[in-house]
Structure formats: C-alpha cells, structure tokens
Design a protein around this ligand. Structure first.
Ligand SMILES: Nc1ncnc2c1ncn2[C@@H]1O[C@H](COP(=O)(O)OP(=O)(O)OP(=O)(O)O)[C@@H](O)[C@H]1O
Ligand SMILES: [Mg+2]
Length: 523
C-alpha cells in the first residue's frame, strides 16, 4: 500500500482540496475495494480525526445492504453487534436519500430511535448515501472526534464529493468484476470446447494404425511420462500432443507450445527460462519464461530436432531434475511440467551425425508414438476428405456434400507426401473452386491429374496405338468431368464443353460412356 502524504502546512487554507487530491490518488492506485477504502479511512483518521468508518453496499444477489469495509472497530465492538447499528443508520440514510449528520453525538438524543450509550460519545457522525445516477449503491458512515470544527463538518458537500468519487470507483470495480466474470465463464467454455475438440473420438481415421495411436494416447495421457511424437510432416503430431494434454489430469492447466525451430538461437534460453531484471541491457523487468508459464500443465516441444546442441544440454537439466534457472539468476525454480516433444527428423540419424545428444534422446523417448503416413492408411483418406469437405463447406457457407467417383479415385490414387495437411489444403481449395454441390476432378490440383492412370502412357509401349489410347483417355476424362458436373445431363454437358448434343452423344458412344453412370451424384 503506498503512503499518501497530507500536506499539513496548507491544511488551514486548503485542507479539503488536499484531502480530495489524496483520496483521488488512492482511488486511482488500486482496484481492491477493501484496500482502497481502508487507505482512505486511514488518511481521514490522520487528517480529520476519523475514529470509525464503514462502507456498506447492496449485495448483488440479495439486494440487502451489507457492510463491506469497516475501520476502527475493535473485535469486542464487532462481537457486540455495533456494526449492525451502523447498518441500521446506513439503511435509514438510503431510504431518505439524504445524508444523516450529527455534529455532536452527545447532544443528540438518539439516532436510531432510542438511547444508545455506545453512540453517545464526544463524537461527530456523518452518513452519506452513495447514489450514482438513479442507482443507490450504498452508504459511507464516518465517526469523528468532536472538534466543533464547523468548517469541515458543516461542509456536507465535501463528504458528498468524496462519496460520489468512491461511488464512481465502486461502479467501475463492479463493471470490471462483471467483465472478469464473463471472461472467466468464456474461458471455461473455451476449455470445454478445446477438450471436446481434442477428444480422440473427434479425430478422424478408423484404420488399424490410427486405432493403435488412439490406444497409445489413452494409455499415456494420464501418466506424467515424456512422450516423443515422430512422423512425417502433416501426419498429426501436434493434434496428438493436444489430445494427450486435454485427456490428461493437466487439462485445466496451460498447454504451451514451443516451436524449437522458430526461435532465434540467441533468444532461446530467455524464451525458455525467462530472465532476471538486469540480466542484459533490455531486461528492465524480470520476465517469466515459457517453461514457467506452463507450470502445472504441458510443454509441447515442437521440432525438437532443430534445437541447437547448447540448448539441448539445458533442456536435459529440466527433464532430469525438473528445475531451471532464469537467465541472469542464481535461484533454481521447480518446473512441474509434462513434456511432449515432436519431430519429423530421424533422431537416431541426427545422433549419428552428432547433431542431437544421445542422453536427451533417451530422456525424451520414454513413450514414443510414431504417426503413420497417410499413404499407409489409405482407408482414412476418404473419411478425412469428407470431414474436411464438411468443415470447409460450413466455413465458406457452401452446400457441397459430395465428391464425385472420379475425384474420389484421384484422391485415393495419390500418395500424399504432405499427409493430412496436404489433404486438408487440397479440400479447402476444392471447396473454394466448386460452384455446385459436388467436388469434381477439375477442382483438384493439376498434379493430381498426372497421377491419373487414364492419362499415363502404358509402360514399354510406344506404338501409335498407345498415343490414340492416351488421347481417348484424355477425352474420356474431359467428358466425364462435364457429365459429372451436370449429373448426367447431356445437353448441359455439351453446352459446358462448347459442342452439340449430337456430337457429344456420338463421342460418348465411341468411348463407352453412359449418362446413367453420372446420375449417382444427382441430389
Ligand atoms: N486424424 C486427424 N483427424 C483430423 N484432422 C487431422 C488428423 N491428423 C491431422 N489432422 C489435421 O492435419 C493438419 C496437420 O496436422 P498437425 O499439424 O498435427 O501435423 P504435424 O505432424 O504436426 O505436422 P508438421 O510436422 O508439419 O508440424 C492439422 O490441421 C490437423 O488438424
Ligand atoms: Mg507440427
């Protein structure tokens, strides 16, 4: 609590003004109501002989007036119920919406309807309602040493200004509290959403290798074991890291991803461990590092294979001793973290090339999970394609609900070097390009067509026949696409291709195409 110095030299001339200044300073220094009011009462005690004070506010739920802050009451006085009497006066004051002023309590018969020896002292009493606009917020009651100080105690305006200032501050605090509460609720909802998003039941893929992955996630999630995820780019390592966290006991705590390959080498240590004030020129304040921020939760060390050797030693210490030291500091901090690391590099190969420390590898490789490439789980391709189609249709406000047979064949035949991410991108692009309700081969990237066996020159056959076959296959592809997009409607397909119905029918007969083959996608 900072000390506000009241300038007593000018007290006689501008005591009220100086007090107002002091109170404004206190009000702007904290959002803690009890702390602020106690500080204000303290200033009034030192400067205008305040003996006791209370702030009573209406309870947000019951609308009953309750004493929120009291000052100068002894434990015995509180036990004897003196605060209740003050509350009665505050209630009365709020009922009348007028300040209660008793310049000299001793001279007053009673302020609560009967003689009360505890209140009949050599004191002055004031109770001011706090009313902002139309809303009654509460009341401030003040009990001063009687001084026959007409200037101050007759100046009810002065105390009304103070109560108004306090009232504004309380309103602001209540608004902030409301905001905080709604943020807290939103935070809980987002956490529930995240937990749901990373529920393994929402992961796509029913192939045997994926079923194994789900089992591994469930086996390891609840332990504290370090997990090493490996697999080609785009196979779902980050998704699995999230799934481990959100299915663990640490789900309510932070999940902090550190991309080891993206942080400049000279910043790595301070990003990981934070730094002490003065550790280097720019370190004007002590700063928490990512390991500290993850305390109680999970640290996801992505692209761990990119970590420079020097930094590998420092991470090893965290894994071994669960301890770290901030840059420029000497104190060791405990790190209650669960570590999940990921790499698309072959770490054993990196070890043999002396780019990765063997001891770190063994510390990480406690529970290895290897994500299979998409080409090894062909049956998941269509499930994933449909999943992404639904996702991107929704995102782009489109109603695309089908993938044509020929497009499905292209997706199936492709070997997906970029794995699930490539499939995801491919379906997003297709959804954007597609203007109807079905994804067609023309909506897939050009290099997919190259994979299409119908456009491949048969191996070891360089005769003119194979050229004719190639052209025929190409023509068949174009006409199939047009029929696909018109659901077998030959007139429309002919118009799309810029030809006549008669020519199209002739070519279809020659190529063995039937319009009924394209009606399956008709919705
Ligand atoms: N089984 C799955 N079900 C649904 N979406 C998936 C699945 N696997 C991966 N994805 C999605 O594919 C994209 C790539 O996955 P992720 O980022 O987890 O891969 P990664 O292995 O970390 O890739 P990289 O090595 O390139 O960092 C993400 O958008 C992810 O949501
Ligand atoms: Mg990744």
């Amino acid at each position: 609590m900072s000390t506000v110095i009241y300038d007593s030299e000018h007290a006689d001339e501008s005591r009220e003004f100086s007090l107002l200044l002091a109170i404004t300073t206190i009000l702007s220094s904290s959002f803690n109501l009890k702390e602020t009011l106690t500080h204000i009462f303290d200033v009034l005690h030192h400067n205008v002989s305040l003996i006791k004070g209370t702030l009573s506010l209406y309870d947000a739920y019951s609308y009953d007036l309750k004493i929120e802050v009291s000052y100068g009451f002894s434990d015995e006085e509180i036990k004897s119920g003196l605060l209740e009497k003050w509350l009665v006066v505050s209630n009365k004051t709020l009922d009348t919406e007028q300040a209660t002023i008793i310049p000299h309590v001793e001279e007053e018969v009673s302020i609560i309807g009967e003689h009360d020896p505890e209140l009949l002292n050599d004191e002055s009493f004031i109770c001011i309602p706090i009313i902002i606009g139309d809303s009654k917020i509460g009341a401030i009651s003040l009990d001063f040493q009687y001084k026959n100080d007409k200037n101050l105690f007759q100046n009810i305006k002065f105390f009304s200004i103070i109560s108004l200032m306090i009232g504004q501050e309380i309103k602001l605090m209540q608004l902030l509290e409301k905001e905080k509460e709604s943020l807290r609720k939103e935070n809980i909802k987002l956490k529930v959403d995240l937990k749901e998003k990373y529920n393994i039941h929402n992961m796509i893929g029913r192939s045997a290798p994926m079923i194994d992955i789900y089992e591994h996630i469930m086996q390891v999630a609840h332990s504290n074991a370090t997990v090493l995820l490996s697999g080609e780019s785009g196979t779902g390592k980050e998704l699995v890291a999230h799934a481990i966290h959100y299915n663990s006991n640490r789900a309510e705590q932070p999940f902090i991803k550190i991309n080891c390959g993206a942080i400049p080498e000279n910043l790595l240590e301070s990003e990981f461990f934070g730094y002490e004030k003065g550790a280097f020129t720019d370190a004007q304040e002590t700063k928490m590092g990512l390991i500290e921020a993850a305390n109680g939760g999970t640290v996801f060390l992505d692209e761990i294979g990119e970590l420079p050797i020097l930094m590998q030693v420092k991470i090893l210490r965290v894994l071994q001793d669960r301890e770290f030291t901030r840059v420029g500091g000497i104190e060791s901090f405990k790190a209650d973290i669960r570590v999940v690391a990921a790499t698309n590099k072959n770490l054993e190969e990196e070890i043999s090339q002396k780019r990765f420390r063997k001891d770190l590898f063994y510390r990480l490789n406690v529970f290895p999970i290897i994500l299979p490439p998409l080409r090894d789980r062909a049956m998941d391709v269509l499930l994933l394609a449909e999943h992404f189609l639904e996702k991107f249709s929704k995102e782009n406000s489109k109603e695309i609900n089908d993938i044509s047979q020929s497009a499905l064949k292209l997706l199936n035949d492709y070997d997906w070097p970029g794995n699930v991410r490539e499939l995801e991108n491919c379906m997003e692009r297709a959804t954007i390009l597609c203007q109807r309700d079905t994804i067609l081969p023309i909506h897939l990237p050009n290099h997919f067509q190259k994979n299409n066996e119908r456009l491949m020159i048969p191996e070891g056959d360089d005769s003119i026949d194979s050229f004719t076959l190639l052209v025929e296959n190409f023509e068949k592809e174009i006409i199939s696409n047009a029929l696909d997009s018109t659901h077998g409607n030959c007139s429309k397909a002919a118009r799309t291709l810029g030809t006549t119905h008669r020519i199209l029918s002739y070519r279809m007969r020659k190529l063995g195409l039937s319009k009924t083959d394209f009606r399956s996608s008709d919705k």
